[in-house]
Design a protein around this ligand. Structure first.
Ligand SMILES: Cc1ncc(C[n+]2csc(CCOP(=O)(O)OP(=O)(O)O)c2C)c(N)n1
Ligand SMILES: [Mg+2]
Length: 917
């Protein structure tokens, strides 16, 4: 009867139960070998069914058997999410390798050599400059097979594959680009020395630093996997909404096994299966090691990941053993070998990889004489060179081919490799390998000889780069392959054309004010968004993104207006169908309602905000969220967005430590604007009025989508209903709003002796306006009221001028914007905002006189706005007090006026300091 390896998986499972001991015991019970015989008979029968009726019939039969066992005898098979420790694709089923294996091996060796040389040379020039050799060394086959056969820079339909390269495998990508003739040797010489004349190469993928090369900054682990899922989903969104016509492109992500420990890596994998993202392929390089040591020394990372991803509904392809193992596994009639392979821990495997063939034989196969017999025809040397799946192009190719052809679910390829492959004594498989940056001459010689690089001994000590001539077979082959696949990768370019400026009329209604009607800045923004969505030019490009907070922000009207995106439409009758604003899901829905995931939502913002380059589509994302759960929760993703030249708007809703009432310590944000300071290309605004928001958004769209600037925006909006004033007349207002400061309300009391300049932002602006009235009516102080829309912009501008002046001592000094604005003012300077005091203080040095800053340093409280503002000392009465106190310090009034004011204003001078209470 025909035997095949198809069933070694099942055999291995059978072999897992019972154990050897069980078998021995049952053999003595039932007579020698009876059970073995029985098992054989069943397997033979199954093979017969398989041969006659095919895999499907055999599968149905097994299901029947299982059901019968359950109903007849209550036998419940234990749940298992894993398959045996062997390749998912059996050798007889794997697709044939289409290229020249020999040529590709030679190319791969060249890529390996130059990648290694780049790091070794860099560290010779500058000790400690770093870089990674062992990661790419373990992943070279995974990349080369992909580059030669799968990664399409352009598909027939005009689409493209999008690739997230593992960040610290970057030397391999640079090395390949060098061989392709895309990067000159000088650049490689300056790996990790970007400031050298002519520039260098960034340590890791950074689109900000290498905007023509890298697309995705992946080295902060966990962000790449997460973003790749949302990117793949966003591509489907674009297609379902008819914004993207070319189709068929894949999103590939090359990841590390250690990287899977990051919660961001695994946190969204069910979205990928739920959304049936068959355009997504993850390749996890399971070299069993991370930086310090084994990923799962006492377990098995491949099995663990298989269980997680299969459980989540992914198509999982394990690529564990190379072709050298094929005949062993095929001849493993009773699944003994696969069972044994499944018992060994990853830590032990690592030991096998660095040990001799004799050790391997004794410890892996030596547990059972039958196993030893299986390998008796193989020498120790041969055993020690048995390749793993991730180093075998045939196996890797078969896995990728199955991955790209799979439909209905995302695919995960789990490839087993050896970290530092090829480094030999210099670190192959050793715990130190991740940190290996230098090779001595012997180690270089070994590496050179192992991979057949034509570098003579006498030059070896230099670890020179090596590139064969353009017309060499290797270079011609690799160029031809890339040509077939549509061009080079990675490559970043802006694929979209600028949009036309948005009509001013869209925003004009917001310049007028609400004539006493109270609206929050959030409401004003939402109304603006609704108008933008209706605009014939930009409407379809707007992508509203919300992490389950639409009702908080009063956005539910948009559900009905533009629909919530769902790849399957709406398969149920919504409970609120009979209401006007029902929860409408649609295949072409425009809103990305992400559920409770700020990390996922920002990933959508990044996907939408980089579509101008990735897909040539100018989508304009607006991601509105609880401002507290932005910068401090997902700051690293915002940093990545900045690196990627993402365009779009972040809206910190329910902003302001005292403006968000009731919610308390973990919700009330008084520092996101401080956390926004470090992001270099982010413009941050804390607007007080609807017209300010209108001006900022209008200008933002122009700068990003008309002028093509690599900036993005952060605006805080609050939920306190307030009467929105009209925009003041005057030429400088619009400019001031954008630059960070303008005079909102000059005092009418021109000849008052007591004067103040009051600076307000966000909702606290209204406290400042109240204070201005009290100061004038009760204390005879005339105040000009300024709106500070952006301390960050003023801080940046002040430093810019300062720096320029330092560097240009002979030239006319530049004057910071804030200095220029305040030069003809007089009186004390008082600033108040719902953010930390450090924000106004950051620009104090460019103000004409000392500044007193009021702010909300400290933990929030569950309270109403009035009490909160009293507690944090940012309400009108504290602004009055601060002004009087500053006037007393200037000897403009007597201190007893201040003492009396404290009483009159009912301020408790002994109250606890909110900054730390
Ligand atoms: C968020 C984050 N934490 C830490 C690091 C530092 N780091 C760089 S590589 C590495 C180990 C990576 O192991 P693995 O994912 O298994 O990749 P391998 O090099 O083995 O392919 C660590 C901890 C990082 N880059 N990002
Ligand atoms: Mg690893």
């Amino acid at each position: 009867m025909m035997r095949s390896s198809h069933y070694s998986a099942e055999k291995a499972e059978l072999a897992q139960t019972p154990t050897l001991e069980d078998q021995k015991a049952s053999a003595s019970r039932n007579g020698d070998g009876l059970e073995v015989l029985e098992t054989r008979e069943w397997l033979d029968s199954l093979d017969y069914v398989l041969a006659k009726g095919g895999a499907e019939r055999a599968g149905r039969l097994l299901q029947h058997l299982q059901l019968h066992a359950r109903s007849a005898a209550g036998i419940n098979l234990p749940f298992t999410a894993t398959t045996p420790y062997q390749n998912t694709i059996p050798a007889p089923q794997q697709a044939p390798f289409p290229g020249s294996q020999e040529m590709e091996r030679r190319i791969k060796s060249l890529v390996r050599w130059n990648a290694m040389a780049m790091v070794v040379r860099a560290n010779r020039v500058e000790n400690g400059i770093g870089g990674h050799i062992s990661t790419f060394a373990s992943a070279a086959t995974l990349y080369e097979v992909a580059f030669n056969h799968f990664l399409r820079a352009r598909t027939e339909s005009g689409d493209r594959d999008v690739v997230y390269f593992q960040g610290h495998a970057a030397p391999g990508m640079y090395s390949r680009a060098f061989l392709e003739g895309r990067l000159p040797k000088e650049k490689l010489e300056n790996f990790r020395r970007e400031l050298k004349p002519g520039g260098g190469l960034s340590s890791y993928p950074h689109p900000w630093l290498m905007p023509d090369f890298w697309e995705f900054p992946t080295v902060s682990m966990g962000l790449g996997p997460l973003q790749s899922i949302y990117h793949a989903r966003f591509i489907k969104y674009l297609e379902n909404r008819g914004l993207k016509t070319s189709t068929g492109g894949k999103v590939w992500a090359f990841l590390g096994d250690g990287e899977m420990d990051e919660p961001e890596s695994l946190g969204s994998i069910t979205l990928a299966s739920r959304e049936k993202l068959d355009n997504l392929i993850w390749v996890i390089n399971c070299n069993l090691q991370r930086l310090d040591g084994p990923v799962r020394g006492n377990g098995k990372i491949i099995q663990e990941l298989e269980a997680i991803f299969r459980g989540a509904g992914w198509n999982v392809i394990k690529c564990i053993w190379g072709s050298d193992w094929d005949s062993l596994i095929q001849n493993d009639r009773d699944g003994l070998l696969v069972k044994r392979l499944g018992e060994i821990t990853d830590g032990q495997y690592q030991k096998f990889f660095v040990e001799s063939g004799a050790y391997f034989r004794q410890n892996l196969f030596g547990t059972d004489p039958r196993l030893l017999r299986m390998v008796e025809h193989l020498s120790d040397d041969r055993l020690s060179r048995m390749r793993l799946g991730g180093h075998d192009p045939i196996k890797v190719h078969a896995a990728y081919k199955a991955a790209v052809e799979h439909t209905g679910a995302p695919t995960l390829v789990l490839a087993k490799t050896i970290k530092g492959y090829g480094l030999g004594e210099a670190g192959e498989g050793k715990n130190i390998t991740h940190q290996q940056k230098k090779l001595n001459e012997d180690e270089l010689r070994m590496f050179r000889s192992r991979f057949g690089i034509p570098i003579p001994d006498e030059q070896l000590h230099e670890a020179p780069f090596y590139r064969p001539p353009d017309d060499s077979p290797e270079i011609r082959y690799m160029q031809e392959r890339r040509k077939q696949l549509g061009g080079y990768m990675p490559e970043r370019k802006v694929r979209s054309k600028p949009i036309k400026p948005v009509a001013e009329s869209l925003f004009e209604e917001f310049y007028k004010g609400t004539e006493g009607r109270e609206v929050s800045t959030t409401m004003a923004f939402v109304r603006m968004l609704a108008k933008m969505l209706r605009d014939p030019e930009i409407g379809k490009l707007i992508v509203p993104i919300i992490p389950d907070e639409a009702r908080t922000f009063g956005m539910e009207a948009l559900f009905r207006q533009v629909g919530i995106y769902s790849s399957v439409g709406q398969l149920y009758e919504p409970v609120d169908m009979d209401t006007l604003l029902y929860y409408k899901e649609a295949k072409d829905g425009q809103i990305l309602e992400e559920g409770i995931t700020e990390a996922g939502s920002i990933s959508s913002l990044i996907a939408a905000g980089t579509a101008y380059s990735n897909h040539g589509i100018n989508t304009i994302p607006f991601f509105i969220y609880y401002s507290m759960f932005g910068f401090q929760r997902i700051g690293d993703l915002i940093w990545a967005a900045a690196d990627m030249r993402t365009r779009g708007f972040l809206l910190g809703g329910t902003a302001g430590r005292t403006t968000l009432a009731g919610e308390g310590l973990q919700h009330q944000d008084g520092h996101s604007h401080v956390l926004a300071l470090p992001v270099p290309n982010l413009l941050a605004y804390d607007p007080a009025f609807a017209f300010e928001i209108a001006i900022i958004i209008q200008d933002g769209i122009k700068r990003m989508y008309v002028d093509g600037e690599s900036v993005f925006y952060y605006l805080t909006v609050g939920n306190e209903p307030l009467p929105m004033p009209g925009m003041p007349e005057g030429a400088g207002v619009r400019e001031g709003i954008l630059k960070g400061l303008y005079l909102f309300k000059p005092s009418t009391k021109k000849d008052s002796k007591l004067r103040a300049q009051l600076f307000g932002s966000g909702a606290i602006m209204f406290e400042v306006l109240k204070a201005e009235e009290i100061l004038e009516s009760k204390y005879g102080v005339a105040s000009d009221v300024w709106s500070v829309t952006s301390y960050k912009a003023l801080y940046r501008d002040g430093n810019d001028c300062e720096r320029w002046n330092m560097l240009h001592p002979g030239d006319k000094a530049k004057v910071p914007f804030v200095t220029e604005q305040l030069k003809n003012t007089d009186g004390v300077l008082i600033a108040a905002s719902d953010y930390m005091k450090v924000l106004p203080e950051s620009i104090a040095q460019w103000m004409p006189r000392p500044l007193v800053a009021l702010g909300t340093d400290g933990f929030g409280r569950s309270e109403g706005r009035t009490s909160l503002r009293d507690f944090f000392e940012v309400d009108a009465k504290h602004i009055v007090l601060a002004t009087l106190s500053a006037l007393a310090r200037e000897k403009k009034i007597e201190s007893k006026v201040v003492q009396q004011a404290i009483k009159d204003l009912e301020i408790n001078p002994e109250k606890a300091n909110p900054a730390i209470s």
